[in-house]
Design a protein around this ligand. Sequence first.
Ligand code: FMN
Length: 250
Amino acid sequence: MVNDTIRVQRSHRSIRAFTDEPVADDIIDVLMDVVAQAPTSSFYQQRTVIRVADPSVREAIRQASGQPYVGGTRGELFIFVVDLYRNAQIRAEAGLDNAVLESSALFLQGIEDTLIAAQNLVVAAESLKLGTVYLGSIGGDLRLVIEALKLPERTFPLLGVLVGHPDQNPTLKPRLPQEFTVATDSYPRFENLHTALADYDEVVRQYYDLRDASRPVDSFTRQIEAKPGLGRAEQEAIREVLTEQRLALY
Ligand SMILES: Cc1cc2nc3c(=O)[nH]c(=O)nc-3n(C[C@H](O)[C@H](O)[C@H](O)COP(=O)(O)O)c2cc1C
């Protein structure tokens, strides 16, 4: 059972190099439509997407991300923002207290809404033969992003997405075999994951990452041993920023 949508989803790979052909305005309109129509928890619609058009704003986002391909003029950059501010304003205008919006549960709902909207954009863009890459790296300097986009309290810049005409053609990056990631009725446990994943580790070692095409990548288990905690976004003071933004206070 394969159709065009599934073919697009199965052939996903991130694109980090774009031609200088702009993304046409009517395409951007369509992408904003699919973002707007994404499912939303409790119909709260706690997300906002900001298109970055001003070069100085884009430069600030590049700085926050620390990734060179975020800068420049190639591709369109969108920032997906968890947004509890709009609903807080509605409630404030009605004279209501907004402490209920400061729960972790509501923030989590906002994250869910925001991610789903972003993935709607990614699938639609890829179906139009555009390339995309998510940018969690904008979390490398959250306060810089908040300032650059003039984000009010009760908002949080969750992810960037770059969209453009691909200027590279990477091979598919092999995912974990589904026996590890898909289960029925209960969690799938393995006595020793290094042993169970030996074949997959070898497959990953054979994959050449275009970000460093000169050498094969580390095995999956090695990456998991070595990488977590090293990225700037993984070291950011998230709790402090959330407190400043009056999100997830309890
Ligand atoms: C939430 C999220 C954040 C990501 N952040 C970045 C990023 O900051 N920079 C980047 O180059 N790729 C980023 N990626 C892309 C991943 O590196 C990529 O999806 C993963 O390595 C699998 O490769 P593939 O998408 O080509 O299959 C991100 C992906 C996700 C889902």
